[in-house]
Design a protein around this ligand. Structure first.
Ligand code: NAP
Length: 334
């Protein structure tokens, strides 16, 4: 085992898209665990759009990463040394490991992975935080009924692919919005979406209307901005709009573009509700059981987009904002 740990620490709060110089690449000795702690070798890191928000100063649903702190990230890894009776060397775990090759953490912050049948990166995607977001955002807030029309933006990503597939399982008509023909073909041909809108090539309003002749009952929004505004014009009566994310706005240097068409909520007696996945942690086991069952029966497919090389972290993160990932973006570290 190596004796050094490489880390990316936040060096500056980015303006616009994060740059390599917003991070310090640091080398330090691996810290051995104290009583109650576990030393984990990072195998895969989860790269999430939310990381962009965590780099900003200011109040949010979670405190910002401080300047000089290891960049926050979820990850899966293997136990290298343990000073806690529940964890043994060689066991696989997930938790907030941070963007570093080794993490020494309080055992209470780690969860054991016991099912060998599922590939490890899936615990960062469909059976991880993005999958939980899709499950609770859609089912708890969206309340889809069979026959409803469900539209999801960011449809070919970690959350969006799962939202669409769960909506299909629930008997809904599903329309995805994604960038580019390859992603749209994937949604329809591989995941069984009823239709897809290529927001980079199609007239979004016209195409969405043609795919949703009875209006949109559930709109699951991952992108915000102009696409949210267009979706609001297509709502059916009593529609539910889930505000999950707004990736189109995360790197804006001129402020967040808010929805102009919100009066559609009044006209259609519709609701628009924000969700944060961490509010559902107590219920993750129930979701995991059901989703693992859907995966085993072939109703739910999981796709991970795996980049390699710890040192590539700052550039690989940008794939999310350039639309270069298909499925869950994961960085293979070891
Ligand atoms: N509320 C919560 O608790 C929670 C939890 C997890 C994630 N989220 C949010 O859910 C959303 C999706 O996250 P994810 O992990 O599943 O990411 P993802 O969809 O796997 O990756 C991001 C995708 O966003 C799309 N995108 C990037 N810039 C865009 C733009 N300007 N306009 C439209 N689309 C753009 C790209 O796809 P295209 O090629 O299609 O453009 C890109 O592949 C994010 O907004 C994230 O912050 C929220």
């Amino acid at each position: 085992m190596s004796s050094v740990n490489h880390q990316f620490r936040l060096a500056a709060r980015p303006m616009g898209l994060p740059k390599r110089s917003d991070f310090d690449y640091v080398e330090e000795p691996i810290r051995q665990p104290n009583p109650g702690e576990v030393l984990v070798r990072t195998l895969y890191l989860s790269l999430d759009p939310a990381m962009r928000g965590w780099m900003n100063e200011g109040k949010s649903y979670i405190p910002p990463v401080q300047i000089g702190e290891v960049m926050r990230a979820g990850g899966v890894g293997s136990v290298v040394a343990s000073q806690h009776p529940n964890f043994k060397e060689g066991e696989r775990v997930y938790g907030t490991l941070g963007v570093q090759e080794y993490a020494t953490l309080d055992a209470k912050l780690l969860h054991k992975i016991t099912d060998d049948r599922v590939p490890l990166p899936t615990y960062l995607g469909t059976l991880g935080m993005p999958g939980m977001t899709a499950y609770f955002g859609l089912l708890d807030i969206g309340q889809p009924k069979a026959g409803d029309t469900v539209v999801v933006s960011g449809a070919a990503g970690a959350v969006g692919t799962v939202v669409g597939q769960i909506a299909k399982i629930k008997g809904c008509r599903v329309v995805g919005i994604a960038g580019g023909k390859q992603k749209c073909d994937y949604l329809v041909q591989e995941l069984g979406f009823d239709a897809a809108v290529d927001y980079k090539g199609d007239d979004v309003k016209k195409t969405l209307r043609s795919h949703c002749p009875k209006g949109v009952d559930v709109y699951f929004d991952n992108v915000g901005g102009e696409i949210l505004d267009i979706a609001l014009t297509q709502l059916a009566r009593k529609a539910r709009v889930i505000i999950c994310g707004a990736i189109s706005q995360y790197n804006s240097t001129s402020g967040v573009r808010g929805p102009a068409n919100y009066m559609s909520l009044l006209v259609n007696r519709a609701s628009m509700i924000g969700m944060v996945v961490f509010d559902y942690t107590d219920r993750f086991p129930e979701a995991l059981r059901e989703m693992a069952g859907w995966m085993a029966s072939g109703q739910l497919k999981s796709r991970e987009d795996i980049a390699t090389g710890f040192e590539t972290f700052p550039d690989t993160l940008l794939k999310l904002f350039k639309g270069e990932n298909l499925g869950k973006l994961v960085l293979k570290v070891a």
